[in-house]
Design a binder for this molecule. Structure first.
Ligand code: MN
Length: 132
């Protein structure tokens, strides 16, 4: 089965960039959400394999969305990669504490995001013992 990836990003240009980067690496099953509420809605309806989560979002922040998802059994171990344009000291700790597995600063590197996604999907699969 193809990996289903949810991209949560309110900036249309960044959304297009992330989509392009992922499609170029063969990730074609992409879901999108442009604010925190939509992210929760799409995530709980579609049950993605991995989430790319912008932190600065309208309605609910990426950290709030992550905290809520982490309380649901399905999402307790789904990889969540946080993205932020305003990386500050202590952010990494804050993001990990909220339940993100990793974070990447913006502007995104074309190589780093797909590489991290591959790595996390493999790691998640081997932990959950799934064969895909
Ligand atoms: Mn944003």
């Amino acid at each position: 089965m193809e990996d289903k990836i949810l991209i949560v990003e309110d900036n249309p240009q960044n959304m297009r960039l992330i989509e392009m980067l992922l499609k170029a690496r063969g990730f074609n099953y992409l879901l999108k959400a442009i604010d925190g509420e939509e992210a929760l809605d799409v995530a709980t309806r579609e049950l993605p394999d991995l989430i790319v989560m912008d932190i600065q979002l309208p309605k609910l922040s990426g950290l709030e969305v992550t905290k809520i998802l982490r309380q649901m059994p399905f999402f307790s171990r789904i990889p969540i990669i946080a993205l932020t344009a305003y990386a500050m000291k202590g952010d990494r700790e804050r993001f990990l504490e909220a339940g993100c597995d990793a974070y990447l600063p913006k502007p995104l590197s074309a190589r780093e995001l797909p590489a991290m996604i591959n790595e996390m999907l493999q790691c998640h699969r081997s932990k959950s013992g799934e064969k895909k």
